[in-house]
Design a protein around this ligand. Structure first.
Ligand code: ATP
Length: 275
């Protein structure tokens, strides 16, 4: 159990430090003492098969766990403890400092409102800037995520874009307020393999250029091995393994991780061995 951030990120510089996180829904224990950290400028992966609790961990960081869920443990982000945070402070953090993109980008975008109106409303709401400034910022953002012809794209509606372009727009929307932390929950699962690679490159670039911390949630260890700096493996709501990407992929310590790696195509294991 070691890796580049095994000492834990410095919470005072915008890192996320989760310790002993518990989540109970009715009689079910969904998360059972999860420890996880995400440092600025790093991609921190959360892996595990379906139902292991990855999405619930991401939702709980956002404060979007199901109503009635009982939480325990600690989620520290910068100087703030997120568990038990008042709604007003929570709303200020969400979107402004911590943002999320999901598998289906259309959930982040209203189908009947143009991309330009959605992005500028979002920017004006959070940053309290003038319309013309918001429009310029929205154009720059679409350029940054490499949506072709940003000016024209702003006038279009979600159904006029491909899935990959829509995911780029959802990422632009998540970045609009310059969050320090981005939670990416299966960001490429719904996309073709060639489109996937472009989105993964984009996330890496944002992490490197902007110093954003990314929490990458995916069941796909191929995607994980292409992007993550560290990997934490969840099973039935508990962490079974944590380490650097190289270490977890090449020298897994837990039989569960080994079984996930064995299910990977040889190609990925071979690439990892040569990186
Ligand atoms: N709204 C809910 N109410 C009750 N239990 C839930 C709810 N949402 C999820 N769960 C349960 O929490 C557990 C963890 O679910 P979660 O969605 O976090 O898994 P996951 O690892 O993200 O899997 P997947 O990749 O399939 O999304 C599962 O056992 C699931 O049945």
């Amino acid at each position: 159990m070691s890796g580049p951030n095994s000492a834990g990120p410095d919470a005072s510089t915008g890192g996320l430090v989760i310790s002993g996180l518990e989540l109970r829904i009715g009689s079910a224990t969904v998360l059972d003492g999860v420890d996880f950290t995400a440092a600025p400028g790093q991609v921190s992966g959360l892996a595990g098969e379906s139902g292991s609790g990855k999405t619930m961990t991401g939702m709980t960081i956002m404060g979007l766990q199901p109503a009635g869920a009982v939480l325990g443990g600690s989620i520290r982000f910068g100087d703030s403890e997120l568990i038990g945070l008042a709604d007003k402070q929570r709303n200020r953090l969400r979107g402004r400092h911590i943002a999320m993109v999901s598998q289906d980008p259309s959930t982040a975008l209203h189908p009947m409102i143009s991309i330009g109106a959605q992005l500028t409303d979002h920017l004006r709401h959070h940053l309290r800037i003038r319309r013309t400034d918001a429009l310029q910022r929205a154009t720059d953002l679409l350029g940054e995520v490499r949506v072709p012809d940003p000016g024209a794209a702003l006038r279009r509606y979600p159904h006029q874009f491909s899935g990959g372009q829509l995911q780029r727009i959802a990422i632009a929307s998540a970045l609009a307020c310059e969050p320090e932390l981005l939670i990416a929950d299966e960001p490429t699962t719904a996309l073709d393999v060639t489109v996937q690679a472009g989105i993964l490159r984009l996330l890496r670039r944002l992490c490197d250029d902007r110093g954003i911390g990314i929490v990458l949630i995916t069941h796909d260890l191929g995607v994980m091995s292409a992007l993550a700096d560290t990997i934490t493996v969840l099973r039935s709501g508990s962490v079974v393994e944590h380490g650097s990407r190289y270490q977890v992929i090449n020298d897994p310590q837990h039989p569960y991780t080994r079984s996930l790696i064995d299910a990977l195509p040889d190609r990925i294991a071979a690439e990892e061995g040569t990186s």
